[in-house]
Design a protein around this ligand. Structure first.
Ligand code: ADP
Length: 390
């Protein structure tokens, strides 16, 4: 009996010890599992943080604006790649970095600040640096500075201002003349004088309308950069321009010789734009030549290009002006051009048409001897007809 009880107690004891050991083992395993799960979650969270940080860095590096962040003591914590160029900078660009540091420190004190920094280059650049405090739910997170290159917007702005000033100036002159002529006409009784004044009124009105035509043409060509291009025969373009020019050339008694190949010269172009360019070159050749000085227009294939050449034996252009004559409103001799009726937009139109078509225009001129303008256009992929030689 006693032995049985002892055995029973031993069995119970063993069972109890086993149960306790099992419970401890389970507890240990559960703790291990939960730690493993915590570690996994932690790692995943860390991976997510690293991933979104990388994504944020890559995005900030992709923008063409400098971003610099500082802590609430003004110490720089981060720069994107655009902003980094100024820390490695030599010469004037270091001015941008200095402005960034200064403005970040000011912004930390709670004030948004900005400054323009001129870099004299070359090339000359203008940078706009702004900085603002970073505050969220009442807590300060330091400040951020942004760096923008405003050279191009500034240049466009200046061009727009010049353009408006030039137009106003060009329009004011004939308008002033018209008003004066009208006033004189009103008090005039002599039929001969009246008729002479009326002719001058007409001339000024024509001049006004020419200015408007040139302006509209230039603005149309500028906004038509990707207009429909098809195969255009250069000979047809020259012939269209010549018919427009004929009355002007006849009146000035300037003859025009054409030298063109027998086969069609084809270019991929906007026919209207090209006609306008060739017309402007021919119009200038006639306008800036004395009567009876012939003008010659020719076209030929040279390599992968077609070259249209307009040659005159006119006044020529002094070397120092030759680089600038393609600018809008640029005139070599404003007093002479005023009587000749130009406004300085013709060659700007020609150059725009050339670049629109992937080509170029160049001038070769000697004062007192004459000028040759060459418009080069790529032939592109249009098969040239039989008989054409490169
Ligand atoms: P404009 O309307 O004054 O003719 P353009 O832009 O066509 O304007 O030409 C700019 C200037 O270039 C002219 O004012 C003129 O002084 C000069 N120029 C252009 N073509 C010729 C040429 N064939 N011969 C001499 N001067 C020329």
């Amino acid at each position: 009996m006693i032995a049985t009880l002892v055995v029973l107690a031993a069995v119970v004891g063993l069972v109890l010890v086993g149960a306790v050991a099992w419970r401890e083992h389970r507890h240990f395993a559960d703790a291990e599992e939960s730690r493993r799960r915590d570690d996994e979650m932690h790692r995943r969270h860390e991976d997510e943080v690293v991933e979104s940080e990388t994504r944020l860095r890559l995005s900030l590096d992709a923008i063409t604006q400098g971003v610099v962040m500082a802590d609430d003591a003004g110490n720089v914590l981060y720069r994107n790649s655009y902003a980094r160029q100024f820390t490695e900078a030599r010469h004037g660009e270091a001015l941008v970095e200095a402005a960034v540091i200064e403005l970040l420190a000011e912004a930390v004190r709670g004030r948004a600040v900005e400054r323009e920094v001129e870099l004299f280059g070359p090339p000359r650049r203008c940078m706009f640096v702004s900085a603002m405090p970073l505050v969220f739910e009442g807590r300060d997170y330091g400040s951020v500075a942004l760096i923008d290159d405003i050279t191009e917007p500034q240049r466009l702005d200046a061009m727009r201002r010049d353009f408006v000033a030039n137009i106003s100036h060009e329009l004011r002159t004939p308008m002033g003349a018209l008003s004066l002529l009208a006033e004189t006409l009103a008090g005039e009784t002599d039929p001969e004088v009246v008729s002479r004044l009326a002719m001058r009124v007409q001339a000024e009105a024509i001049r006004l309308s020419d200015i408007m035509d040139d302006l509209l043409e230039l603005s149309r060509i500028e906004s038509d950069e990707s207009s429909e291009r098809g195969p255009v025969t250069v000979q047809h373009v020259i012939s269209d321009a010549l018919s427009r020019l004929k009355p002007i050339a006849d009146e000035k008694q300037v003859s025009i010789e054409t030298v063109l190949p027998a086969f069609d010269l084809l270019v991929k172009a906007d026919r209207r734009q090209l006609t306008s360019a060739v017309f402007n070159l021919l119009d200038n050749a006639v306008k800036y030549s004395d009567p009876h000085r012939p003008v010659r227009v020719s076209a030929e294939m040279t390599g992968d290009c077609v070259e249209v050449e307009v040659r005159d034996q006119g006044y020529g252009i002094p070397l120092r002006h030759q680089k600038r004559i393609f600018e809008r409103f640029y005139q070599v001799d404003r007093s002479r051009e005023r009587t000749d009726g130009g406004v300085g937009l013709g060659l700007a139109i020609v150059r725009h048409v050339a670049t629109n078509h992937g080509g170029e225009v160049r001038v070769d001129s000697t004062e007192g001897e004459g000028s040759t303008f060459t418009l080069t256009l790529p032939m592109s992929d249009i098969p040239q007809p039989v008989g054409a030689k490169a």
